[in-house]
Design a protein around this ligand. Structure first.
Ligand code: ADP
Ligand code: MG
Length: 252
């Protein structure tokens, strides 16, 4: 295998079964520093499972994953636990349902992992949190609890929390699907801004115009495979399954 310095992620023939159910069948792609990969596809096609496998929230069944040139798993065999913990520090995941700790303030939601995972002091962790909350336009919400915030604000907190750990690549799993339509825009703007700053990202989304405009590469998934990937998948799909998906989408 050849990896270049700028290759942040390489997935080769990834397979994932849940018991008898084969959910990912031979998924392969790679991502370079500063690139945005948009993943589209119908519900149940394996998009979340793919992200969860790369972020070590699910165990893969077969194939290989390399992150920042480090081997997480090769031909279905994982590297040692100490290396896996280090590799996990390179990735961040933003969930559809925010997954904030409800009993922690906004500030504590962002400082806690920095202190536990990165071993930062309270002052250091709070400084990073202040900076990120400012960037997310949430300076005044530091002492609020998640239930006191709108969905869009909660999602911005969870983006700040992920960024606080300084991942090399950030994954978004349908970051706007749980939001009222009028709040979707504020999250898409944040992601657009991160893309402009050349943050390496993988974004699973049903927002087709956003995916088309923000992604360097689009992958269309269906039935546990990437049916096609490329720059113009949304504008100019080649495969019948992709065309059918996009047609259905445009009708809605
Ligand atoms: P998507 O995110 O594209 O909607 P998912 O990755 O969530 O798809 O799910 C893909 C398939 O895997 C679905 O059939 C789903 O029911 C199944 N699946 C997901 N997680 C589990 C699990 N923990 N146990 C069993 N089946 C699962
Ligand atoms: Mg999903």
């Amino acid at each position: 295998m050849i990896t270049t310095n700028s290759e942040i992620l390489r997935v080769e023939q990834l397979k994932k079964n849940f018991g008898e159910l084969s959910v990912l069948k031979d998924v392969s792609f790679s991502l370079h520093r500063g690139e945005v990969l948009g993943i589209i596809g119908p519900s149940g096609s394996g998009k979340s499972t793919l992200l969860r496998c790369i972020c070590q929230l699910e165990k893969i069944t077969g194939g290989s994953v390399f992150i920042c040139g480090q081997c997480m798993a090769k031909n279905g065999v994982y590297t040692d636990n100490a290396s896996l913990r280090k590799i996990a520090l390179n990735v961040g995941l933003v969930f559809q349902n925010f997954n904030l700790f409800p009993h922690f303030s906004v500030l504590k939601n962002i400082t806690e992992a920095q202190r536990i995972v990165l071993g930062k002091s309270r002052d250091e962790a709070e400084e990073t949190a202040h900076e990120l909350l400012k960037k997310m336009n949430l300076e005044k919400k530091e002492l609020c609890y998640p239930c006191e915030l709108s969905g869009g604000q909660q999602q911005r907190v969870s983006i700040a929390r992920a960024l606080a750990l300084k991942p090399e690549v950030l994954f978004f799993d349908e970051p706007t699907s749980a939001l009222d339509p009028e709040l979707t825009g504020e999250i898409l703007s944040v992601i657009r801004e991160l893309a402009a700053e050349k943050m390496t990202m993988v974004v699973v989304t049903h927002e087709m115009a956003f995916a088309r405009d923000t992604s360097d590469v689009i992958a269309f998934m269906d039935g546990g495979v990437i049916v096609e990937q490329g720059k113009d998948v949304i504008q100019n799909p080649q495969e019948e399954r992709t065309k059918a998906f996009l047609r259905r989408f445009n009708e809605n």
